[in-house]
Design a protein around this ligand. Structure first.
Ligand SMILES: Nc1ncnc2c1ncn2[C@@H]1O[C@H](COP(=O)(O)OP(=O)(O)OP(=O)(O)O)[C@@H](O)[C@H]1O
Ligand SMILES: [Mg+2]
Length: 270
């Protein structure tokens, strides 16, 4: 049985595309056939993070309009043979999305892949609604800050009322990822705690990813951080991907890094 998972957040810039790329690779590492689909029409970031921007010839809209076959548009990941990527159109605007065409395309993708991961655009407008429309599950990405939590709460409200599953009284499975956690700020009480976020959103926690400059560098190089075995953020994504694949692994809280003497002195005098 295949699963369509929408990666959503409400607020923009919290890490949906980063999550999509890393989780897609993580699922592929579990030997599952996976496709990541860029639903952020006009933006196109996922191709860069996956290091596939030069390979893009056809896009999702051309597939929907019958100008290209799915086979022509799908691009195989260089990092893992089980992962494929379906690009968004950069030239056409969001209004080109059409429920019937999306449904047909997702049906085709379901036949080929166990996991179909959709990277939603920022906001909760029509592009977002099309991304969640046929989803079986949603990965909700939040940053530990009030505006992100509030916007995610709104996005969950739309998921629970406008998705096809909601229309027939079924619940869309929800998996929460708290991204960009600074453990030191949490310790000092300067950042929202995971428990507070869980209480507000009322969804299951799937993982916590620390703030890590390496994530940005990795994305810029087209080598998602999950490929870096030493990175804590990479390890967090690996655990999340396992949980999505149904493997029981505990959720780990990012730890405060032990500092050397210079770091400690900086802390005292800051
Ligand atoms: N854990 C992290 N640590 C440090 N930087 C991060 C982390 N996660 C994401 N980022 C950075 O945050 C920025 C926004 O991430 P990303 O593009 O994935 O967000 P998005 O939700 O897809 O944005 P949009 O809503 O515009 O589509 C990027 O520069 C990314 O590298
Ligand atoms: Mg994005």
């Amino acid at each position: 049985m295949s699963k369509v998972i929408a990666v959503i957040s409400g607020k923009g810039g919290v890490g949906k595309t980063t999550t999509t790329a890393n989780i897609g690779l993580g699922i592929a590492m579990q030997m599952k056939q996976c496709v990541v689909v860029d639903f952020d029409i006009g933006q196109r970031n996922l191709d860069m993070i996956l290091g596939l921007e030069n390979r893009v010839v056809y896009d999702m809209i051309q597939v929907m309009d019958g100008e290209a076959t799915l086979e022509q548009a799908l691009i195989r990941s260089k990092a893992n043979r089980n992962l494929y990527f379906l690009p968004a159109s950069q030239t056409k605007d969001k209004s080109v999305l059409d429920s019937e065409k999306i449904s047909k395309m997702l049906m085709e993708l379901r036949k080929k892949f166990e996991y179909v991961i959709l990277d939603a655009p920022a906001g909760i407008e029509s592009g977002f609604e099309h991304t969640i429309e046929f989803a079986d599950a949603a990965i909700i990405v939040v940053n530990p800050e009030v505006s992100s939590i509030r916007d995610s709460d709104r996005a969950i409200g739309i998921l629970d009322s406008k998705s096809q599953k909601a229309k027939i009284g079924h619940e869309v499975e929800k998996m929460l990822i708290i991204n960009r956690i600074d453990p030191e700020m949490v310790q000092k009480g300067e950042m929202l705690e995971a428990d507070d976020i869980l209480e507000i959103l009322g969804v299951e926690l799937f993982g916590m990813v620390p703030e890590d400059k390496g994530v940005i560098d990795a994305s810029n190089q087209g080598q998602p951080i999950i490929l870096n075995k030493k990175s804590d953020a990479g390890k967090a994504y690996r655990r999340i991907a396992k949980r999505i694949c149904g493997i029981k692994v505990p959720v780990e809280r990012p730890k405060v890094k032990r500092k050397g003497l210079v770091g400690k002195l900086k802390g005292i005098f800051s």
